[in-house]
Design a protein around this ligand. Sequence first.
Ligand SMILES: CC(C)(COP(=O)(O)OP(=O)(O)OC[C@H]1O[C@@H](n2cnc3c(N)ncnc32)[C@H](O)[C@@H]1OP(=O)(O)O)[C@@H](O)C(=O)NCCC(=O)NCCS
Length: 215
Amino acid sequence: MFPDLTADDIFRIETKRLWLRWPRAMDAAAIKNFAGLAEVAQMTAEIPHPYPAGEAERFVLQARADNSNGRGLVLAIAHKNNGTAIGIVAAHCDQRSEVEIGYALAPSHWGKGIATEAVKALIDTVFRVTAAEKIVANSRVINPASRRVLEKSGLNYIDTGLDMLPARGGLHPCDRFGLDRKTWMKQLAPRLLPSMLQQIHGGDNLPPDAEITAQ
Ligand SMILES: CC(C)(COP(=O)(O)OP(=O)(O)OC[C@H]1O[C@@H](n2cnc3c(N)ncnc32)[C@H](O)[C@@H]1OP(=O)(O)O)[C@@H](O)C(=O)NCCC(=O)NCCS
């Protein structure tokens, strides 16, 4: 589903503070440092705990394979000022034209809006470069920070139910969220306004169905 553009390891996304780039073998130590922590792993579906030897290296190889075969887009979150991997954002597609996203960040960087900055950029990229109709995510009910990241990134709460979290050994109660392409385009419109118009209209206060042309 992902195009040739993202299947080449020179692909990267720039945000205000971050580079989102393909993970590399040299990121394994940094990934192990945060993925190996219980407070990170326990909130995710896929990160095992205790973290086995060689798992970070396996993760990097798998991420690169998924990126190159177009099945996913798995990117390291790196601060622009030093390039070290401080987290991961991931998007994978299924057969139903839905893309599921996930993310994790080193605890020393929590609470600064970094996950939200990365997730928003990932969402914009997925809708821009794929034909996905919907982005979905889930969050353990015991994980209000993740829930907040999804809300701030424009996803809407759908429902709560038992979801399979393989690395947690079974089904766990999770809040489910989604964002469809049409809703994303309405959210995007104010961001495409030229700066003068943003000042006149107050940008985000525009009615959602406002007709706007990017310039
Ligand atoms: C979830 C996670 C990615 C958030 O990263 P982050 O960079 O700190 O997130 P942000 O700073 O962008 O936003 C966090 C929001 O959660 C809020 N928050 C944090 N802890 C909270 C809590 N205990 N209760 C309620 N809100 C909380 C913050 O106040 C912030 O919201 P605000 O901007 O409205 O104040 C990070 O905690 C993490 O990696 N956790 C472990 C892995 C994980 O949970 N992954 C998601 C799996 S679905």
